[in-house]
Design a protein around this ligand. Structure first.
Ligand SMILES: [Zn+2]
Length: 94
């Protein structure tokens, strides 16, 4: 996937899940480790994985106040991140 030359402030840059920050790739690994995503999710688009898993868990992703990030990942927008935020798992800067 090619990243656009500029990043929008409302772009989803990372995800928060169980009090940790993850880049999209590592989020999938964390979800697989927790058993809420299947290993096949590694080959899927992150958005598609979240959509499927949310459906399976009866999570309403359109209403982020209806669930807690301890049970299902919430998107983190670029504006919400500080310069020293990095992925919990691969330590890449977000
Ligand atoms: Zn990562």
């Amino acid at each position: 996937m090619n990243r656009p030359p500029y990043r929008r402030s409302d772009e989803v840059a990372a995800y928060t899940y169980q009090a940790d920050l993850y880049c999209p790739r590592c989020l999938i690994e964390a979800m697989i480790a927790d058993g809420i995503a299947a290993p096949a999710a590694r080959d899927m688009d992150t958005g598609d994985v979240l959509e499927q898993c949310a459906g399976a868990l009866a999570i309403d992703r359109d209403d982020a106040t209806s669930y807690d990030s301890s049970e299902f990942p919430k998107p983190v927008f670029i504006d919400w991140l500080s310069d020293d935020d990095s992925c919990t798992r691969c330590h890449a800067p977000l």
